[in-house]
Design a protein around this ligand. Structure first.
Ligand code: MSP
Length: 631
């Protein structure tokens, strides 16, 4: 058995700012990586960015910059976030790096040499946002079944991967390895999908330039998913550092449920063809909604992980995500739920346990205590602790993070009850010093093991606890130097506690509930239907468009409003070129007081949705008559 652990996150697209979904996968992978390090395993933890493909090409174009420039800008947001969230990745891969280019080219050639790539012609539907090809029968109401957005028809010469050949081998592999896909419900989905028979897969494009060229035919670039999935072996050293590769590969891939097919079907087929071992496991987590709503750019409700970490603290944020819902199920983020977790689990249960225990050692024993190996082990506490560790290990190895944390919290409650049951204050009062020492040393040992168990999830807090109970080393160094110390009562020594500020200050109710709105304010908060009716919104047809001189933001549009032509100056030049907008039916406010912008009289305002570095004009879903009213 190899004593190594290789864990990966998806590589994130660089056309988006990081949100809670990205943070979730990465925090989960980080917790797994930290856990395996504490078990003394050699860990390789990889994350990175997916920088090629049509989606990136399009976003860059809309911003008037080169794709690489966009990637260079956005990658920094991800790197910064991982730092803030205390992510301990060992490598960060960008698909535009040379090492990756080399591996993708090598793998493509190898699969070709094995006879699994041939040239043909492709015609099918394509969903650009998902970078995914779809058959007619997969479409729902003519739209992408995954994201519901419109699809484009593509016909082009293409290289194909003989995926059909791997239907049987893949199915056999999945059946023989029940743990390969997690959770089991997703595994069944994949089994049903593969059973229908796999189609050969188009793995090159001539319609895109932004990607890695097909070796020997640079009219084609390699399909972005072939390119992206290969990152997992590039970073592991394939084929340039086979020693590293053989040490770490195969990996556990942590992903969201939406990209399971790519990881549990396409990727294993590529690997089978190349004669490489398949991933150890593909772990698909669920999706987060926000305050009960689907998170989306158009709703502008994407949760900013920087802001949450700042508001609630990094460790509470990490804890919440992995505790609130079982890994694999969907979850809802709400501020209320977050505050409840902080006040109850963190401040009340854990924070109080540490604080009152340390304070008692300070007061009753002049800060000093010894670990129980010297003093005597409390048998029931020790056996509860061992039971907890056993259940916790099972859950962690199964990626059931919330179950693991539940086990820890059961133990925290046992420790809190232990204090109530043994009444150290009474032992102190009655001068039963030896009994007091026995109780306190066992309590401190329970807290020490608790710190180790929460370390993967809340590394900073865990280390604070370690130092408060007087252990000078950080947890990783300490545990790695003596793996036995993960268990109860296995270390000895004399220690001195140190009083620390509250680990988790409670969040007060008044901060939690926004003040009740007075009836008058209530009215001010809303507008009446009459107010809304004052705004005349109409559909217009853009007849012509030109850039406004000396402005990089403005386009001057001539719009047919159904009755006459009018000029509208719109701040969309960074996102739409004049050619793109001409001929489009747009939505605009028709009765806005005319205003002069850069010397041009503008008679109305175009409606558009924007978020961070994106903007989308609002267009009618059907081809409706120009001049129609919007209400
Ligand atoms: N670039 C591809 C992955 C290639 S891996 C070889 C990609 N990138 S992504 O940036 O769009 O998404 C990355 C991850 O974020 C996915 O695992 C996806 O499931 C996850 N999430 C995106 N929105 C999410 C939620 N609302 N909730 C939870 N995770 C979600 O796909």
């Amino acid at each position: 058995m190899k004593n190594t652990f290789y864990v990966t996150t998806p590589i994130y697209y660089v056309n988006d700012v990081p949100h809670i979904g990205h943070a979730y996968t990465t925090i989960a992978a980080d917790s797994a990586a930290r856990y395996h390090r504490l078990r003394g395993e050699k860990v390789f933890f990889l994350t990175g960015t997916d920088e090629h493909g049509q989606k990136i090409e399009k976003t860059a174009k809309a911003q008037g910059i080169e794709p690489k420039e966009l990637a260079n800008k956005v990658v920094e947001n991800f790197k910064k976030l991982w730092k803030v969230l205390n992510i301990s990745n060992d490598d960060f891969i960008r698909t535009t790096e040379e090492r990756h280019y080399n591996t993708v080219t090598f793998l493509f050639k190898k699969i070709m040499e094995n006879g699994d790539i041939y040239k043909g012609e492709y015609e099918d539907w394509y969903c650009i946002p998902d970078e995914t090809f779809l058959t007619e029968s997969q479409l729902i109401d003519g739209k992408c079944p995954e994201c519901g957005r419109p699809v484009d028809k593509l016909k082009e010469e293409s290289y194909f991967f003989r995926m059909s050949k791997y239907t049987e081998p893949l199915l056999n592999y999945i059946m023989e390895n029940p743990d390969f896909i997690y959770p089991p419900s997703r595994r069944n989905e994949i089994i049903n999908f593969v059973k229908q028979g796999l189609r050969d897969l188009s793995i090159s494009r001539t319609s895109i330039r932004w990607g890695i060229p097909v070796p020997g035919d640079d009219k084609h670039v390699i399909y972005v998913w072939f390119d992206a999935l290969t990152n997992y072996i590039t970073a592991a050293g394939y084929p340039h550092d086979m020693e590293k590769f053989n040490t770490f590969w195969p990996a556990e891939h942590f992903i969201g449920k939406d990209i399971l097919k790519f990881h549990a079907v396409y990727w294993p087929c590529f690997l089978l063809s190349a004669g490489l071992p398949l991933p150890k496991r593909v772990v698909a987590h669920g999706w987060w909604t926000v305050e009960g709503q689907k998170m989306s750019k158009s709703l502008g409700n994407a949760i900013d992980p920087f802001a949450l970490a700042e508001k609630y603290g990094v460790d509470p944020f990490r804890y919440f995500l992995l505790r609130e819902v079982p890994f694999g199920s969907d979850g809802d983020f709400s501020h209320d739920a977050m505050i409840k977790r902080i006040n109850s689990d963190l401040a009340n249960d854990l924070g109080n346990l540490v604080k009152r225990s340390i304070t008692m050692v300070e007061k009753f024993l002049d800060k000093k205590y010894e670990l129980p190996l010297n003093i005597g082990i409390h048998p029931s506490l020790a056996s509860h602790c061992e039971e907890t560790i056993k259940e916790y290990d099972n859950a962690m190895l199964d990626s059931s993070f919330s179950r693991a944390l539940e086990q820890v919290w059961n133990f925290i409650n046992i420790l809190n009850k232990f204090i109530v049951g043994t009444e150290p204050w009474a032992l102190h009062k009655n001068k039963r010093i030896e009994d007091l020492k026995l109780v306190m040393s066992n309590l401190m040992e329970g807290i020490r093991v608790t710190a180790i168990l929460i370390y993967p999830f809340m590394p900073e807090t865990a280390n604070k606890i370690y130092s408060a109970i007087g252990i000078k080393e950080d947890i990783e160094t300490h545990v790695k130097s003596n793996l036995e110390s993960r268990s109860f009562g296995k270390i000895s020594g004399k220690y001195e506690v140190e009083i620390i500020p509250d680990l988790f200050p409670r969040i007060e109710e008044k901060e939690k509930i926004s003040p009740p709105i007075s009836p008058k304010k209530q009215e001010e908060k809303f507008i009446s239907i009459d107010d809304f009716a004052k705004v005349e919104i109409k559909i217009g047809l853009v007849l012509s468009a030109v850039r406004v001189a000396n402005s990089d933001k403005l386009l001057k549009l001539t719009v047919d409003d159904g009755e006459r032509q009018r000029t509208i100056v719109a701040g969309i030049a960074k996102y739409y070129s004049p050619e793109e907008i001409v001929g489009k039916k747009i939505t605009f406010v028709a009765n806005l007081k005319p205003a002069r912008l850069m010397g041009i009289q503008s008679e109305g305002m175009i409606l558009a949705a924007s978020s961070e570095n994106e903007l989308s004009i609002i267009i009618p879903e059907k081809d409706i008559r120009t001049g129609s009213k919007v209400k």
